[in-house]
Design a protein around this ligand. Structure first.
Ligand code: ZN
Length: 71
């Protein structure tokens, strides 16, 4: 086990389970799904299917914001 090198939780893509993620520090990319996820969401104990990618979160906030918009 290489856990000594990486004592923190191992991150993986919640969509496809890919462990070959690209680490950006606070977040990581899945090169297969081309989505970026926040490590914070993993650490908060969400289920895999509850974890939204950053792109998905942006979509949600757009929807919320457009609801509030009154031209
Ligand atoms: Zn993936």
């Amino acid at each position: 086990m290489a856990d000594i090198l990486n004592p923190k939780r191992k991150y993986y893509c919640p969509r496809c389970g890919n462990e070959r993620i690209i680490d950006y520090g606070e977040s990581f990319d899945c090169p297969k799904c081309r989505q970026r996820f926040e490590k914070e969401d993993f650490d908060s104990g969400l289920d895999d299917d509850e974890i939204l990618s950053i792109e998905e979160k942006l979509e949600f906030s757009k929807i919320f914001n457009s609801d509030k918009d009154t031209d």
